[in-house]
Design a protein around this ligand. Structure first.
Ligand code: SF4
Length: 121
C-alpha cells in the first residue's frame, strides 16, 4: 500500500529545521568575525601601550614619502619577513621605544615590512 506524504505537511515540518540551521550558521559565522575584529583591536591596543610607532608628527614630509615609496606597512604579510629580522632594522633602545630603519627616519614596528627587506647578514 502506497501512502503519499502530503507536500504541504512535508514543507511545514522542514521549515523550522531550515530556519534553525540558518540561525546556527549565522551565529557561528557572527561569533568568528566578532572574535577576529576583537583580536585585531587588541593588537592595536597592545601597540598603543608599547608606545605608538605611528606617530610621524616629528618626521619630515620627504621622509614620510620615502616610507610610502618603499611600501612600509606596520604588519608584514610575510610571517618570516619582518622588520625585526631585517638587516636594515635599528632595534629599539628599550622595550618602550620603537625601532627604526636605516632607509628612512621615524618609528618602525618590529612587526613591519617594506619591499626593501633583506635577511640578516
Ligand atoms: Fe623594515 Fe624595510 Fe626597513 Fe627592513 S628595510 S627594517 S623591512 S622598513
Amino acid at each position: 500500500m502506497c501512502q503519499r506524504y502530503p507536500r504541504r505537511k512535508f514543507i511545514y515540518k522542514l521549515f523550522p529545521v531550515s530556519v534553525a540551521l540558518l540561525n546556527l550558521g549565522w551565529l557561528i559565522g557572527g561569533c568568528n568575525s566578532e572574535e577576529s575584529t576583537r583580536e585585531i583591536q587588541n593588537n592595536y591596543e597592545l601597540k598603543d601601550t608599547i608606545g605608538s610607532c605611528n606617530d610621524l608628527s616629528s618626521v619630515s614630509q620627504p621622509e614620510i614619502a620615502k616610507r610610502k615609496t618603499y611600501g612600509y606597512v606596520t604588519e608584514s604579510l610575510y610571517p618570516n619577513n619582518l622588520c625585526s629580522n631585517c638587516n636594515l632594522y635599528k632595534p629599539p633602545a628599550s622595550d618602550n621605544d620603537c625601532g627604526g630603519c636605516i632607509l628612512f627616519e621615524g618609528p618602525v614596528y618590529a612587526s613591519g615590512y617594506c619591499n626593501h627587506w633583506e635577511p640578516l647578514a
